[in-house]
Design a protein around this ligand. Structure first.
Ligand SMILES: [Zn+2]
Ligand SMILES: [Zn+2]
Length: 762
């Protein structure tokens, strides 16, 4: 950095010479590789090396913002830090990034890689189709989700009346926010990753429906009205309680992201002054259909609900024609209704392989580090930061891990398939003749659960009648109490005149209550056609009492499940890195120590379970967590009929069935990986050859461009040898299940698990 007047020189290769007026000019940039902080009369200039060091470090560690970096430069060069240095550095950094983008676009232009090329070719394993390759059920597996940590505060006029926002105010009538004082900034970073606000707004609530219908107002997709999804209503309490007022201080309120299954960024859209509205996933789906065409499988944590949103939108017909499938991520799937899981859970979806469709959570856990630097930045800078970060992660992290992903999945699939011998033995000892049984059980379970969904109307009425009789009984008792307590006449105490009329009023009120209760009883007797009123001794009374106890039990169970599942959702959002057993333990201990509400709900549940005839065993903490993971709450739900005797409801059989489906998915995974490995290897060769040819072609026409193409080639092919080495190691792996030591260990572990299940089942 150099300064006019020359009090210090930083990181300058040689001395920058100001001209006669003491100004650095653009030539300085050429000669000394400096970027000036202003087009005219620049005061500072920063070396490109310092800027590149900052860029690379910041992208690897997004917590590092401009200010601490400039301060550390000050420390190294023994200079006092002042804020103007920070803004000068920031200006130079913008110029530098602009230069990089300009160079990149020239390189891309010369290679004919413009427009939507980046999205169409985002991932070698997903998009580099080869002729004659095996057709997969899902041509591409992607996942999408929203995240609200990358918010940005909009700078506004300071308005005293808005500063003291009153929380008691009517939420529906937000006060108009003061005007923005941000300068209009029409710099754009292009749309090879970003979907523009305009494109997203085309799927606004006013315009997205195909049959002219609209909803009343735009609400979060989780609270949107929707009748035909089995999980309808399940997400209401999980939607962020956000109103226009709460979003008031922000402009962008987060991002909505779509990744391929290997983690490459396919599309990104800013959420603007809102929560997760339906228009964002719809805009993403449109971009996916444009780029990838048919047979896309797309995971989303509320995929079941989104599929009906999509169907009702104007995009629905196109998506259906392109065979677009909305799926549910395997972990989030556990929060869904069992009946929804039977159609959507990763383990039961044909063609899905071992894909968990949960990549977004992993991405967000890293990208959250960007939140600090974007919060107070300008709209352009935030967007620039996010885009740079996504491209960097794609080019240097996801690319490097691509072959690791494939190899790890391959090994996992092999070890799962290795369990097949054991499964067969277990099936034989449990008397299961063929795997068709498992398919049959799945069907039976679905039919059973569908039957459970609605309580028979007459039963509901009988319970209402029972409740109204109880009510009448109570009212009678109170009336009698008042009548006997005060005798047949009213005593008036002259010293306390209010007492007499008080009693009279009370008696009248009690009489009227009896009348009202009787009316209710009459209405139900007419409706149910009951000739003789039930009494506590009659059989119908007893029957209805049982029904009411059962209903109470189910309501307690619902409440418990709702609390546990929503808490689990929150915990997994926070801690996605742990999976399986460890995660369950973590959640279990967290639930115990932190949630009084769940503790109370569990107490209520156990009390209601004890009331049943015969009483249900009470649940422990660990069981609660286990049930929540397996969605077995739905199996507890039935209190009318004991389903524990049915083959599909028995824990051992359920475990065998799930193992069978897991093996099926592992086979599909291997099939997909074979396709992907061929694509990646072919892409490595083709890309290298193509770029070398382009470089050679430009060498004599435009040597600078040729040099930039060489740099681009280095970036694109950097991990080729790593990939090839990993694939070679994989090829040496004993492929036949049951051969490797690892698999034997797995088998032993599985055996142990089955014995444990067997022991608890009996
Ligand atoms: Zn991919
Ligand atoms: Zn669902």
């Amino acid at each position: 950095m150099g300064r006019r007047g020359g009090s210090f020189e930083w990181a300058v290769p040689g001395q920058p010479a100001p001209d006669a007026q003491g100004y650095y000019t653009v030539q300085v940039l050429d000669a000394f590789r400096l970027v000036p902080n202003a087009p005219y009369s620049p005061v500072y200039a920063i070396t490109i090396r310092a800027l590149e060091l900052y860029r690379a470090t910041h992208l690897r560690c997004p917590h590092l913002a401009v200010e601490p970096f400039v301060k550390s430069l000050c420390d190294i060069y023994g200079v006092c830090y002042c804020p103007s240095l920070r803004s000068a550095f920031s200006n130079c950094y913008d110029v530098y990034l602009r230069l990089r983008r300009e160079t990149e676009s020239r390189v891309k232009c010369s290679l004919n890689r413009t427009g939507q090329w980046r999205r169409n070719n985002a991932c070698a394993a997903c998009t580099y189709h080869l002729s004659g390759e095996e057709k997969l059920k899902f041509s591409m597996l992607v996942t999408m989700d929203g995240n609200d940590s990358l918010k940005r505060i909009l700078r506004r006029h300071l308005d005293a009346s808005y500063a003291g926002v009153d929380d008691d105010e009517d939420e529906d009538k937000p006060r108009p926010a003061p005007q923005s004082i941000e300068r209009e900034d029409n710099r754009d970073i292009g749309n090879d990753i970003y979907i523009t606000r305009e494109a997203a707004n085309r799927w606004d609530w006013e315009t997205r429906f195909q049959d002219g219908k609209t909803v009343e107002r735009e609400v979060d997709i989780r609270t949107e009205e929707d009748g035909d999804s089995p999980c309808a209503g399940r997400w209401h309490n999980m939607a962020k309680e956000a109103t226009a007022k709460a979003w008031g201080i922000f402009d962008e309120t987060g991002i909505f992201l779509c990744l391929c299954r290997h983690g490459f960024v396919l599309a990104l859209v800013d959420m603007v002054r809102s929560g997760e509205l339906s228009k964002y996933p719809l805009a993403i789906v449109e971009a996916l259909l444009d780029a990838f065409g048919n047979d896309i499988g797309c995971g989303y944590d509320i995929g079941c609900k989104f599929s009906s949103t999509l169907r009702r939108s104007a995009l629905g017909a196109r998506a259906e024609k392109a065979n677009f499938t909305s799926l549910v991520g395997s972990f989030h799937g556990h929060a869904h209704n069992r009946i929804c899981q039977l159609s959507n859970l990763a383990a039961y979806v044909k063609g899905l392989g071992l894909e968990d469709l949960e990549g977004c959570e992993r991405f967000f856990s890293k990208s959250n580090a960007l939140a600090g630097s974007g919060r107070y930045a300008s709209g352009f800078h935030r967007k620039q930061g996010i885009e740079e970060y996504c491209k960097h992660v794609d080019a240097f992290e996801t690319s490097q891990n691509l072959s690791k992903f494939i190899v790890d999945n391959y090994k996992q699939a092999l070890s799962i398939i290795a369990g097949e011998g054991l499964l067969k033995r277990q099936m034989a000892s449990s008397g299961i003749e063929s795997v068709d049984e498992f398919h049959k059980w799945l069907k039976e379970e679905r039919e059973y659960l569908e039957g459970l969904r609605t309580e028979p109307v007459t039963e509901t009425l009988k319970m209402d009648y029972y409740a109204s009789l109880k009510n009448l009984q109570k009212a009678h008792r109170r009336q009698c109490l008042w009548a006997t307590q005060c005798g047949a006449f009213i005593a008036v105490d002259p010293s306390n005149p209010t007492k007499g009329p008080g009693v009279a009023t009370r008696r009248r009120v009690e009489r009227e209550k009896v009348d009202r209760a009787t009316q209710a009883v009459h209405a139900l007797e007419m409706e149910l056609d009951i000739p003789v009123r039930w009494t506590p001794k009659s059989a119908e009374w007893k029957q209805a009492k049982v029904l009411v106890t059962q209903r109470e039990y189910r309501q307690r169970l619902d409440e418990l499940e709702r609390l546990v599942v929503s808490r689990m959702f929150e915990l997994t959002k926070v801690n996605m890195s742990q999976t399986g057993y460890k995660l369950r333990k973590h959640i279990s201990s967290n639930l115990q120590t932190r949630s009084q509400a769940i503790r109370t709900a569990l107490g209520h549940y156990n009390a209601a379970a004890a009331e049943l005839d015969p009483p249900r065993p009470s649940l422990s903490w660990d069981e609660v967590v286990e049930y929540a993971f397996l969605a077995d709450f739905d199996l507890l739900r039935d209190s009318r009929e004991d389903i524990r005797s049915r083959p599909w409801a028995q824990p051992l059989n359920r475990a065998l069935r799930d193992t069978y489906f897991k093996i099926e998915r592992a086979r599909e995974e291997i099939k997909r990986l074979h396709v992907e490995i061929k694509r990646v290897i072919t892409h490595i060769q083709d890309e290298e050859n193509f770029l070398i040819a382009a470089e050679e072609e430009q060498r004599h026409i435009d040597p600078l461009l040729s040099y930039q193409i060489a740099k681009y080639r280095n970036e694109r092919t950097r991990f080729a040898s790593t990939h090839i080495r990993r694939f070679n190691e994989l090829a040496k792996l004993p492929g036949r299940p049951g051969e490797s030591r690892e698999e034997e260990e797995d088998e032993a572990e599985l055996d142990e698990r089955y014995h444990a299940i067997e022991a608890t089942a009996t």
